[in-house]
Design a protein around this ligand. Structure first.
Ligand SMILES: Cc1ncc(COP(=O)(O)O)c(C=O)c1O
Length: 370
């Protein structure tokens, strides 16, 4: 088999051509900052989540989280419970607003935050629970909503990696009090940089709107009622995202094909475990990771990645756990630390060909050879 040696990137945005057309329309309108595409995008993405009026477009998935914390009034002395293994935006923004991240362990099979561990970590200072739906999976969000209701704590869903994934038929982002997404270029739909916040509570959303744009309010121009930020998406970015959103079914189908291809090739390989997707979950996978069992394979994870890189295949480590990174001063967590040390996220461009996928899997198996 000629498996070739051209570079296989970890991710690659899929563009359809109308991104260019709509971006040009936005530019020709001369409305580069605010503009009609923003509301069009918010209403379209909101409608896909059950409320066309409740979606706000923002500059990226990180400011979406920061905006949520600011609108909830989080600050020093407040604790935010979140996963001990995931992308760090929720943790970093917790620290940025002066609050304290409290890390809960993840579950060993689906790699999602563990509701029992969250409940154990609730204190009188807990002001929010953030669930991060990692790699396309959807955590048991209803369990967190129930815990949140019982303790009077809002639940925030970080859906950056799980756009359009479903659990029990319900689209991710519609379980909690607030949900956030990213439109960064590896994400399911993209505008280069961008994001969303979804909040059905009108008062909270109005505060987010205010804080998104300098805390200026009312008919008087340049009248500030809050210390706001500038977290606005541009009209040109919104135009690109509107075009992408129109192709969501194709993008979802492409991701499903690559996911199925890996499941078929790697589902029964000794010493390799895959992230478990519960039956209730219908995922749109963002990243496909393998967990290397060190009892079976002795080559260190980073060496496996280096060997694959030599054949032109770009991989990423699973996230480092917060306990591993001195910045966070977090205590060890058994599952988070183990999964962090043993996972490799494989290339997942939505248009990865069968031949490329064969090559990735062959290179992985070769790299695992002691
Ligand atoms: C789970 C998660 N949350 C938040 C973000 C941050 O999004 P952005 O890069 O748009 O700021 C990302 C990644 O990009 C992510 O994976």
């Amino acid at each position: 088999m000629n498996i070739g040696n051209s570079r296989i990137p970890w991710a690659r945005p899929i563009l359809f051509g109308d991104e260019k057309v709509l971006a040009a329309e936005a530019i020709e309108s001369t409305y580069l900052s605010a503009g009609a595409f923003i509301e069009r995008l918010e209403r379209a993405f909101g409608a896909l989540h059950g409320d066309a009026d409740a979606m706000l477009a923002v500059s990226n998935g990180t400011t979406a989280i920061e905006l949520t914390y600011l609108a909830l009034g989080l600050g020093p002395g407040d604790e935010v419970i979140q996963p001990g293994w995931c992308f760090a935006a929720a943790a970093n923004m917790t620290l940025a607003v002066g609050a304290t991240p409290v890390f809960a362990d993840i579950r060993p099979d689906d790699w999602m935050i563990d509701p029992d561990d969250v409940e154990r970590r609730i204190t009188p200072r807990t002001r929010a629970i953030v669930v991060v739906h990692t790699y396309g999976n959807v955590c048991d969000a209803s369990a967190f909503v129930e815990i949140g209701r019982r303790h009077g704590i809002p639940v925030i869903e970080d859906c950056a990696e799980s756009m359009f994934s479903r659990r029990d038929g319900r689209v991710c982002g519609t379980f909690g009090d607030v949900a956030t997404w990213s439109l960064q270029s590896t994400k399911t739909i993209t505008s280069g940089e961008g994001g969303f916040v979804f909040a059905r509570d009108d008062k909270l959303r109005q505060r987010m709107k205010l804080l998104r744009s300098h805390g200026m309010s009312g008919p008087r121009k340049y009248w500030h009622v809050e210390i706001g930020r500038n977290f606005r998406l541009t009209n040109v970015q919104a135009a690109i995202a509107v075009a992408q959103l129109g192709h969501r079914e194709e993008l979802i189908a492409m991701r499903r094909r690559v996911d199925r291809g890996y499941q078929r090739r790697l589902g029964n390989v000794p010493g390799i475990r895959l992230q478990h997707y519960p039956k209730a979950v219908d995922p749109v996978v963002w990243a496909f990771a393998v967990l290397i069992d060190p009892d079976v394979h002795t080559v260190p994870r980073d060496e496996v990645m280096a060997r694959m890189a030599k054949t032109g295949i770009e991989t990423r480590p699973g996230f480092y756990s917060f306990g591993q990174q001195p910045l966070y001063g977090a205590p060890p967590l058994a599952n988070a630390d183990r999964i962090a040390a043993q996972t490799i996220a494989l290339p997942f461009p939505p248009d990865l060909s069968d031949a490329e996928q064969d090559r990735v899997v062959a290179a992985l198996q070769e790299a695992l050879r002691a």
